[in-house]
Design a binder for this molecule. Structure first.
Ligand code: DGT
Ligand code: CA
Ligand code: ZN
Length: 581
């Protein structure tokens, strides 16, 4: 075992002991021990084998034993037992510049943060600003530190990779030798996370194009260079493959490098059964490989006897059969959305005022917004007490009276309490046009309790929408354990709308489940979960997920116009009131 790993473990033990309130003498012994190991000149293993570890300055009897166990067996029971008492990830937080044990402790005690992903999320939601010992500046620095720690991560969020890729694409189009150029791979298919950026270009002078690319200031390293492909690592940390083909090959190569591999494999088999050969260079017929010329991807799919399959659907989940039978969905588009729900204002943890959010939403072409600040139990997010709700609704009424072509719906994002109830009494819940029910605390329930908790809230006639149904944070926290089939069945039965939370860290409901949900007749809703005007644009990621989940306009509730939405919500409320009378 490498001495750096041993030193790391000793430091980690010290951290846990300090957290547990052990004597400073004991915790310091581990830190000193770590330093001593780190600065050894001699081989650690040799020292252990020759029983000379005890003579190293800074390593006492207790440490000597532990290090020996670690080096000879590769394990240390004491460490493993200690570690098991803590949530995993906690120690990693110390690696963020500016975070010491005291701050990590505050983050854990007040916000329940145990991983870097959760920390990043809290920063984005502005939750560190008001914490004792933190502030705006600290929050900014922590965000920077996290971005740095991420460099070298093996996957990236769709949003992160997309931003980098589009900026490269824009520069690439300035290269005079480039004829066509497009993003391919998982990014073009709108996968929620991607391994790298794939860019495809067509040109008659591929070498010039490659040269142009490797000299872009965004490139940190060139990791591979061939005739048709150049691989680089970008300064943001993400890898990028650039392929350059002839204009004639371009449509086939675009189809090929968009993938997915599974989709392409199925297509190739299908082609074979039609006596066609398909690869990244073209489509060929018969023994003598007569070339079938296609000007674009549409014509390739047509030549295979099927309708055009949009990139988002190319995952081999039934799209090929559907395309052959001409029953692909007409996928929803961004411009189909008439309004947006799930925005947070300054009343809770948003950074813009209600009026500013309304203006921002209107400016982006929407006809309505549904405000849903946090409910009273979400104290960390300044959840609204009853009197705050009343004050907010008065302001909404005033704004609605002033606007003619825009409407604000009065909602709340209510915590789902551990027992599955909503966060205000029934009579009070009646004040809202809609209720988004979301889990924000007590994540660590077992599968069946969590399922029952959510089933119960779906049975509550006040619930309109189920928010971020699994609570996952991409690349950092798995969703809570849940029997999703049962949740969907209940939602279908009770006509509960399910949110596609469009925050790029969430993208929850997952597209795979969206497909199931729509097949069951459940309505979904694309919600930005915006905490500021700038986050209204999250909606685009939600639309990508909806498309990936085969959703059409009719499947997405916020494709309703203002009148349709008013009617939908009024009807739900009417049905509810009839039930309690
Ligand atoms: P990623 O990068 O893991 O997020 O996912 P992709 O789909 O972008 O995978 P990537 O970058 O390895 O390759 C891009 C596309 O190129 C992939 O979707 C299909 C195609 N492709 C690459 N290598 C192969 C291969 O060895 N066989 C086949 N059939 N297709 C390949
Ligand atoms: Ca890729
Ligand atoms: Zn939420």
């Amino acid at each position: 075992m490498d001495k750096h790993i041993v030193a790391d473990i000793l430091n980690e033990i010290g951290f846990y002991l300090e957290w547990k309130g052990e004597s400073p003498f004991k915790t310091r012994a581990y830190e000193n021990g770590a330093r001593a190991v780190e600065s050894l000149d001699e081989d650690l293993k040799t020292l252990v084998q020759e029983n000379r570890l005890g003579s190293v300055r800074g390593i006492g009897k207790a440490l000597e034993q532990k290090i020996s166990e670690l080096v000879t067996t590769g394990h240390l029971k004491y460490y493993e037992d200690l570690k098991a008492e803590f949530p995993s990830g906690l120690f990693e937080l110390l690696k963020i510049p500016g975070l010491g044990i005291k701050k990590v402790r505050t983050l854990y005690d007040t916000l329940g943060i145990t991983t870097i992903g959760e920390l990043e999320y809290a920063c984005r939601e502005n939750r560190l600003v008001d914490l004792p010992g933190f502030g705006e500046k600290t929050q900014q620095n922590i965000m920077k530190g996290i971005a740095h720690a991420r460099t070298g991560a093996d996957r990236y969020l769709l949003s992160e990779a997309g931003e980098v890729a589009y900026s490269i694409l824009k520069k690439g189009k300035d290269c005079p030798q480039v004829q066509s150029m497009q993003i391919a791979g998982s990014l073009r298919r709108s996968r929620e996370t991607v391994k790298d950026i794939d860019i495809l270009a067509s040109s008659d002078q591929p070498e010039d194009v490659m040269k142009y690319f490797v000299s872009l200031p965004d490139v940190a390293d060139v990791t591979g260079q061939g005739e048709t492909k150049t691989s680089v690592r970008l300064k943001e940390g993400i890898a990028m493959d650039l392929r350059v083909v002839s204009p004639e090959q371009y449509p086939y190569a675009l189809q090929h490098f968009t993938g997915s591999r599974e989709h392409n494999t199925r297509l190739r088999h299908l082609a074979k059964s039609m006596d066609l050969k398909m690869n990244e260079y073209g489509l060929f017929r018969g023994e003598d490989e007569e070339r079938i010329s296609c000007a674009n991807e549409e014509e390739i799919y047509q030549a295979l006897g099927m309708s055009y399959i949009p990139p988002e659907l190319r995952e081999d989940t039934g799209e090929i059969e559907a395309a052959l039978e001409g029953r692909l969905p007409m996928l929803v588009e961004s411009r189909d959305l008439q309004g947006i729900f799930h925005l947070h204002s300054r009343y809770s943890d948003g950074s813009d005022t209600l009026a500013a959010l309304a203006e921002g939403t209107h400016r982006q072409g929407y006809h309505y917004m549904g405000i849903s600040d946090h409910s009273r139990s979400a104290y960390y997010a300044r959840g609204l007490k009853e009197e705050d709700v009343i004050r907010q609704q008065e302001e909404i009424d005033k704004l609605n009276a002033e606007w003619e072509d825009f409407h604000i719906f009065r909602g709340i994002e209510s915590d789902i309490l551990p027992d599955g109830s909503l966060d205000y009494p029934d009579g009070f819940l009646n004040r809202f046009d809609f209720v988004i029910a979301s889990v924000h605390s007590n994540f660590r329930m077992d599968r069946s309790s969590m399922t029952n908790r959510i089933l119960r809230v779906l049975d509550n006639p006040h619930t309109t929408i189920l928010g971020h149904p699994t609570g996952r944070l991409l690349l950092s926290r798995d969703g809570y354990e849940l029997e999703m089939e049962r949740i969907l069945e209940k939602a279908a039965e009770k006509e509960i709308v399910i949110e596609i939370n469009a925050n790029p860290h969430r993208l929850d409901l997952d597209w795979r489940w969206c497909k199931k949900a729509r097949e069951m007749g459940i309505r979904l809703m694309i919600n930005p979960d915006a905490h500021s005007i700038s986050e209204i644009s999250n909606t685009g990621f939600g639309t990508a997920v909806a498309r990936k989940g085969w959703c059409e306009k009719k499947d997405i509730l916020n494709c309703l116009g203002t009148a349709g939405m008013k009617e939908f919500l009024r009807k739900r409320k009417f049905d509810y009131n009839r039930k309690i009378l």
